[in-house]
Design a binder for this molecule. Sequence first.
Ligand SMILES: CC(C)(COP(=O)(O)OP(=O)(O)OC[C@H]1O[C@@H](n2cnc3c(N)ncnc32)[C@H](O)[C@@H]1OP(=O)(O)O)[C@@H](O)C(=O)NCCC(=O)NCCS
Length: 149
Amino acid sequence: MELRPIEPDDGEALHAIFAEPEVRRFLFDDVAPARDETQRHLEAAREHGGWAVCDDGEIVGLVSLRPAGGERELMIVLSRRCWGRGIAFAAAQAAMRHGFDVLKLERILASVDLPNERSHRLMRRLGFEVTGESAGPKYRLRTYEKRAG
Ligand SMILES: CC(C)(COP(=O)(O)OP(=O)(O)OC[C@H]1O[C@@H](n2cnc3c(N)ncnc32)[C@H](O)[C@@H]1OP(=O)(O)O)[C@@H](O)C(=O)NCCC(=O)NCCS
């Protein structure tokens, strides 16, 4: 697993990943994004310093600490073919290390659709604590935080 800065040319690869049924199910409330929407996500992630997740030099996902109301929220997505190998765990840990050590964040937030069991398992493995629940566009969300230190 390697992280590198996102590049404008990553649009095609990310678009194919976003369109995978098991990826879009929770990430986009089951509606595959249009190509220009993918590009907007990519540009937004580039602006706040997100990373392409690579495996053997090939882009397989995206991880970022996206701005959320003056704080930062962990967002991670991986192609279905790479699930179950600890790649997301390693990528999220690297992004969080950057958040705490370089950006000097006091905490990192996350919010996960209630039925997204795989993501809840990832949050627990990463040491996030549940802070509550809130309404989401399709599902209710479980909210998390991970504090520095
Ligand atoms: C959320 C998502 C990134 C999690 O991916 P993942 O592959 O399940 O996560 P991990 O990298 O932590 O891998 C965990 C699995 O690998 C196994 N594993 C193998 N080697 C491992 C290692 N070295 N370290 C950790 N886990 C390892 C774990 O046992 C676990 O297995 P399990 O699925 O049977 O429980 C992925 O499901 C995804 O992209 N979903 C769609 C997008 C989405 O919903 N994102 C959430 C928005 S925040």
